[in-house]
Design a protein around this ligand. Sequence first.
Ligand code: 5GP
Length: 216
Amino acid sequence: MKQQTSVGGRAIIGPGLLFVISGPSGAGKDTLVDALRARMPTLRYSVSATTREPRPGEREGEHYFFISREEFRRRLDADGFLEWREYNGNAYGTPRSYIEATLRDGFDVVMKPEVNGAMAIVRAFPEAVSIFVLPDKFSNLRRRLLERRTESNDEIARRLSIAHEEIRFVRNFDYLVINQERRSEEAVDDLAAIFRAERMRIHRFPDDSLASVTQS
Ligand code: 5GP
């Protein structure tokens, strides 16, 4: 079945499904999505653009497109983002053309915006499947952020205060996946189960695709 929506005035149409994985910084979204992509080679990932500086080990075009404020503004003015948000002093945006083309080509796409961006996508695109990821304890967010050693203490404090706000929106999502300490494979199983089940929802099957299995 074709999905259609209008984000920023233009339609997105595609037989592919859009999966929106969100949740606070430190919940483990990156690790879970990496593991999921390793299991599902046809799943496409929407690489966001950001004005944030790359962290050690982050690669251009793989983790993000790292661009200047001016370039971000230019793309925004050209309607190049499906959604965008300021997060902790930097801008992050979802490039529009990649998602539109990939869904249209029939591939499923996963993206992992922060919570406001996720809700903007869901409002504009009700067919999107939204999943909220949380750790089993709030205190694990802080510990994970400390352990990855990529942010200063001030930055961690700001991310945790944003996390408090973000968690209030959990009920706006279709699914909740708990990423338990040292059991992230189970959370990946949960995500994979959601993806599989979503593909089998009856309204995803066009009538003509059912003909051969329903007619005697
Ligand atoms: P980080 O700096 O940790 O990579 O990302 C900060 C937050 O921005 C994370 O919650 C991340 O999921 C979110 N984020 C990454 N890309 C996008 C995007 O394109 N749009 C929105 N709204 N949030 C994003």
